[in-house]
Design a binder for this molecule. Structure first.
Ligand code: ADP
Length: 427
């Protein structure tokens, strides 16, 4: 007899792969059984009923606004087709601080398509040091434009005012709801949000703590579209009560531990540099030199052979470099060519590692993770326990059946690789 499982209510659109699993991890931790899909197509034997939330992973973070809008709208329509009734656009917790960034245009397109006037903008993730104070985004104790991210090699952050940024990117006016309003009486907070929605297209919410996120989560029921970082998913249970849906938390996947592990690091963020340095102290590690790879003094075969030889010792293979080296590589080899070369090499290595019997893959880098997952052609991932906030273990539920832990540049502390390894392999 077929179980009468409830259909997913919440449809989420994430602008990159690790952002999707970050969001999915928060949804799982709040008791929602969550499936992450990497393409808008479902194999006939894949059962979607019984999940509370579906997260679609796009690869739109750094593409032009036109392409991002087109892909995000396709995802929205697909999620609507699955029966989702509430929508969540997930972007980076450090936003995108360029006037031609695509977050504003995507929000506008989603609002228009859903025939809505207003949405909330809540990028904060306090557990990772991203907070919003009086409309300004902070990383740790510094405003975004004074933090280490101001010099991010690919997406430099030059302004910290989310109100200014979203107005520059979008077509409407923004307002900030300050922290004392978030902390105040919840009925007043709900009313402030409704009042703001009458006059403003984007409502930027101050968020200094997880408690603030919980309060926000309880009071955004009126918004059919919500937008933000993953933290906004901290407490969305009231959404489900509203639709008479009981979350499927009891069915959240158990992890499948064991088997050889490989770590592939393509991220060049400051935190990843620390993580690589830490892990190298006790494990075999191999640096892929972009120049040597290009002139064939370091060949792919050498890299693969070394990796397989070190199969039992959880080897680390990395392109992670300082920003000086990244600039040199980008100017001498070319931005796109170097990206394709390095992401492609790590992705191919992931595929060949599975052929060689590896069962767990840890990847550092949002774009790098996207390339790995694309090459492995993984369609659907059930979200398991977290390695660190926003980084869950992912169980592929379509072949190849493997476990993954994928993190964007700055996630995790300096022991991240070791922690992920232990979670993936301890019985
Ligand atoms: P993050 O999440 O830290 O931004 P990504 O994987 O998204 O990491 O992006 C890092 C980018 O930097 C990738 O496109 C990768 O190919 C590129 N990259 C990695 N190592 C180097 C290097 N040594 N030189 C130049 N570019 C690099």
């Amino acid at each position: 007899m077929k179980n009468h499982l409830q259909k997913p209510i919440l449809g989420c659109i994430a602008d990159d792969f690790t952002g999707a699993s970050d969001l999915a991890s928060f949804l799982v931790n709040s008791g929602l059984r969550t499936l992450q899909l990497n393409r808008m197509q479902v194999d006939s034997d894949l059962e979607l009923d019984g999940y509370d939330a579906i997260v679609i992973a796009l690869k739109t973070r750094t593409v032009d606004a036109h392409t991002a809008v087109e892909k995000s709208l396709a995802a929205l329509h697909w999620l609507q087709g699955l029966g989702c009734r509430k929508f969540y656009f997930k972007y980076c917790s450090t936003f995108d601080s360029t006037p031609d960034g695509n977050i504003g245009p995507v929000i506008d397109a989603l609002l228009d398509s859903l025939e809505l006037q207003s949405t909330i903008v809540c990028p904060a993730l306090p557990v990772n040091g991203r907070t919003v104070y009086m409309g300004h985004l902070f990383v740790g104790d510094a405003p975004l434009n004074e933090s280490s991210l101001k010099d991010h090699p690919l997406t430099p952050m030059k302004d910290s005012s989310v109100v200014r940024l979203i107005e520059a990117q979008g077509k409407g006016k923004a307002v900030n709801i300050p922290y004392y309003c978030i902390e105040g009486d919840e009925a007043s907070l709900r009313q402030s949000l409704l009042d703001a929605a009458q006059k403003y297209r984007y409502i930027v919410l101050d968020t200094l703590s997880t408690t603030h996120l919980e309060r926000i989560g309880r009071n955004v029921e009126a918004f059919t579209l919500i937008t933000g970082g993953s933290g906004l998913a901290t407490n969305l249970s009231s959404e489900f009560t509203k639709y008479g849906h009981v979350p499927n938390s009891s069915k959240i996947a158990a992890r499948l531990p064991g088997g050889p592990t490989v770590i592939l690091s393509g991220s060049c963020s400051t935190m990843t540099q620390l993580q690589v340095a830490q892990y190298k102290q006790k494990h075999p590690a191999l640096y892929i030199d972009p120049f040597k790879l290009l002139n064939q003094t370091q060949t792919y075969k050498q890299i693969l052979d070394w990796t397989v030889q070190n199969k039992s010792a959880a080897p680390l293979i990395y392109t992670t470099s300082t920003k000086e080296i990244v600039s040199k590589v980008q100017s001498e080899i070319g931005f796109e060519k170097s990206q394709t070369l390095l992401e492609g090499t790590l992705a191919k290595l992931a595929r060949d590692c599975i052929q060689a019997g590896f069962k767990n893959i840890i990847v550092a880098g949002g774009e790098t993770s996207g390339a790995v997952v694309k090459t492995l052609d993984i369609h659907a991932l059930e979200i398991g326990q977290s390695v660190s906030p926003g980084v869950p273990i992912l169980h592929s539920i379509t072949p190849p059946i493997i476990n993954l832990a994928l993190k964007s540049g700055n996630f995790g502390d300096h022991t991240f690789f070791q922690t992920a390894l232990e979670k993936l392999t301890c019985q």
